[in-house]
Design a protein. Sequence first.
Length: 253
Amino acid sequence: MKVVAVFSTKGGVGKTTAAVNLAFEAAKESRVLLWDLDPQGATTFLLQVKPKVKGGVGSLVAGPSRVSAAIRSTAYGNLDVLPADASYRDLDLVFDHAKKSEKRIAKILEQVDRDYDVVILDCPPGSSLVAENAIYTADAVVVPLVPSPLSMRSLDQVTEFVAASASKAPIIGFFSMVDRRKTTHRTTVEQLPGTRKVVTDIVVPATVQIERMGAERAPVTVYAPRSLAAQAYGDLWRRVQATVKVKKGRRKN
Ligand SMILES: Nc1ncnc2c1ncn2[C@@H]1O[C@H](COP(=O)(O)OP(=O)(O)O)[C@@H](O)[C@H]1O
Ligand SMILES: [Mg+2]
């Protein structure tokens, strides 16, 4: 089982959007668990899963074997969700009190190692202990970059954060919410991949199709399969797949 963390120090850059769409792309060929680690529960909402964690996430950390009971299926055959609820607000504190506090997510995922080919982690923003846990267990870290001079800074922050952890996970950067009418967006998209090796040339445009996700409560490929955004997430998944080599397989049921 491989683990892919979708992470940035910044909020509102397209992490959840990427996590949901990547998970859908991955589920076309592999068994996927998407773990919503953000108390906002946007991933949980977008995949129409109930935001309820029995006993709160604290009970999951205390008893990792409870994870299977907390996992929910979605409308899509190979894609399951581990939902978030408000109890995730305290996850940092829960980890802080736990032994080997940066290895708690890894410990929980050990329980479902045989059930999934890939786990995608939708991280909350910031350099929290939750993020430390996600990075520790990740085989790759996917980073959305909204093109601006500030995106360089957030890429630097992510790079430092990953370097400071025991993780050897490669970073895979892509451009998110790109508006080609803006000069800074155009120049950043043209120049950054040439100067920073970890930044791919994959561009997710800012589009109404993505905005519609909240109303459709579905991955963009489901209702706009030929959109540029759907294609970009497909490309992004193939890039991730080439890097982490996720096993292919379908569930028997
Ligand atoms: N490519 C895009 N085009 C238009 N809106 C987008 C795009 N990507 C994300 N959004 C919107 O921006 C907001 C923040 O995106 P989200 O994925 O939740 O970011 P994060 O998880 O990093 O906080 C959401 O309302 C989402 O629908
Ligand atoms: Mg999010």
